[in-house]
Design a protein around this ligand. Structure first.
Ligand SMILES: *Cc1c(COP(=O)(O)O)cnc(C)c1O
Length: 467
């Protein structure tokens, strides 16, 4: 499905370049708001920690991707939201309402899409070690494409498809030898990555697809995802040339076999702090589309359907997390710690890869800064520090901390470490707040525990002291 059914957005969103959600503002009480919701009120109503999503930001990013592709790419296109960034059934419906497809990477994500009634022809299944059960689920529901990662997995898809008597619609994920870091990239002949077919293995794989697997595998195109939090467009230029050269060679060597899909992955960056300078999505998509058209024309290759798979840039800046501030501790001459009622259980990114965040006090959003503090989580790990050296107005227990940019890879990586229940997720659309995920309670935390019966009524041990 292309973005053609969807009216172009009124304005081009630069939401991924802004730390705050689109509808963020401060009201006359000096309280931070999203849409018409006062976040201080929201924290009191739903409790903290609380994940909050701004529908306007998500929608405007979705419209920016789809309208940029529709405008700049003359063939059809599809934007697949990379659901691993944050997924629940409500977000599936939100994505569907914007005409997006979904990129899922596990049976659990696929199941969520199925339960949400998502149009499954627009679901693509990625991942480097799909199980037989996951492949069966995908083929049973006739999802759009299975993106196959390696020769073993291709053999498995072939087997399952053969057993079911169906033909799998497949993309091959390749490892194109383009590695992105945040601010620079390198091209390597031999990329050391757990993902994707090595380019040197494609020959034998094509032999199988056009021979032994002819009845079970329908190759639709290639997929590559070169990295995340990418800040420059040049790696995409190289990616387009690398992939289209393979398309050309396949057509030359396999009876004119013409691939009809190309999936360039996701990875566009977002602003977490004022140090980040991410690319404008509209301009980046325009550039990518123009390069693809130019290079395909150069090779006289018919334009394939173009797919992009953004996760972070679609939802990171739509999300914020609200915490209640609690105890503090000053280490004289070194720093002052202020603790929140969450931490690495709801946001592992600072501990996992030193990710930086911006934050304010939601109920003191207009006050000038008084002090520099370090925000500590409540989990039993010294590394559970959310933000170092954050400037804040004078704070007291009961104030609400608002951390920006927590829409991507926060809830989806959340854990019950220390048996802390996971927070709720609330979506704000205009003046309404809607619950997307209920808050866990202690019963949920212990719900799957089983006490083996032999431990329930143990034989009382003889007490040597009594005898
Ligand atoms: C993670 C991932 C994405 C999304 O990456 P972002 O950096 O969040 O845009 C897209 N495609 C694949 C295959 C991925 O693994």
């Amino acid at each position: 499905m292309s973005g053609l059914n969807h009216p172009p957005s009124k304005s081009v969103s630069t939401a991924n370049q802004s730390i705050q959600p689109q509808s963020y503002h401060v009201n006359s009480l000096g309280h931070a708001c999203i849409g018409d919701m006062d976040l201080t009120e929201l924290a009191r109503t739903y409790g903290t920690p609380l994940y909050v999503l701004d529908a306007e930001t998500f929608r405007s990013m979705a419209q920016t991707y789809t309208s940029a592709l529709t405008e700049h790419y003359p063939e059809s296109s599809l934007v697949l939201y990379a659901a691993k960034a944050q997924m629940n059934m409500g977000i599936c419906k939100l994505a569907e309402s914007e005409g997006l497809g979904l990129d899922v990477v596990s049976g659990g994500e696929l199941y969520t899409a199925i339960q949400a009634g998502f149009p499954l022809e627009n679901v693509f299944f990625n991942g480097n070690n799909k199980s037989i059960d996951e492949i069966e689920l995908a083929l049973h529901h006739e999802i759009g494409r299975i993106t196959v990662d390696n020769p073993d997995e291709l053999a498995l898809v072939h087997k399952v498809a053969q057993k079911k008597g169906v033909k799998a619609q497949v993309l091959l994920r390749v490892s194109p030898g383009i590695e992105c870091h945040t601010h620079d990239y390198i091209k390597t002949g031999q990329l050391d990555s757990k993902f994707g077919f090595n380019l040197s293995d494609l020959g034998p794989v094509m032999e199988r697809i056009t021979g032994e697997y002819k009845e079970t595998i329908e190759l639709k195109g290639l997929h590559a995802h070169i990295g995340s939090q990418i800040f420059e467009v040049r790696p995409f230029d190289d990616l387009i040339e690398t992939l289209l050269n393979i398309y050309y060679n396949i057509r030359e060597n396999y009876n004119g076999l013409t691939l009809t899909d190309i999936n360039l992955g996701g990875g566009l960056g977002v602003a977490y702090t004022s140090n980040d300078d991410p690319m404008n999505v509209e301009k980046t998509i325009a550039h990518i589309a123009e390069r693809l058209v130019a290079y395909a024309n150069n090779l006289k290759y018919p334009l394939p359907r173009l797919m992009m798979e953004p996760g972070r840039s679609m939802i990171a800046n739509a999300g914020v997390t609200l915490y209640t501030l609690g105890s503090s501790k000053s280490v004289p001459g070194i720093r002052k710690y202020v603790a929140v009622d969450g931490g690495m259980g709801d946001n592992i990114r600072p501990a996992l890869y030193q990710a930086d965040y911006s934050a304010i006090v939601a109920n003191k959003a207009n006050r000038p800064f008084d002090e520099t503090v370090t925000i500590a989580g409540k989990y039993c790990e010294s590394g559970d520090i959310l933000i170092k050296n954050l400037e804040l107005p004078a704070v007291e227990p009961g104030d609400f901390l608002l951390v920006f940019g927590t829409g991507a890879y926060n809830y989806s990586m959340a854990s019950n470490y220390n048996r802390v229940p996971r927070p709720a997720v609330v979506l704000i659309e205009e003046s309404e707040a809607h619950l997307l995920v209920r808050r866990e309670n202690y019963e949920h935390v212990a719900a799957l525990d089983v006490i083996p019966s032999y431990l329930l009524n143990p034989e009382p041990k003889a007490d040597p002291a009594v005898q």
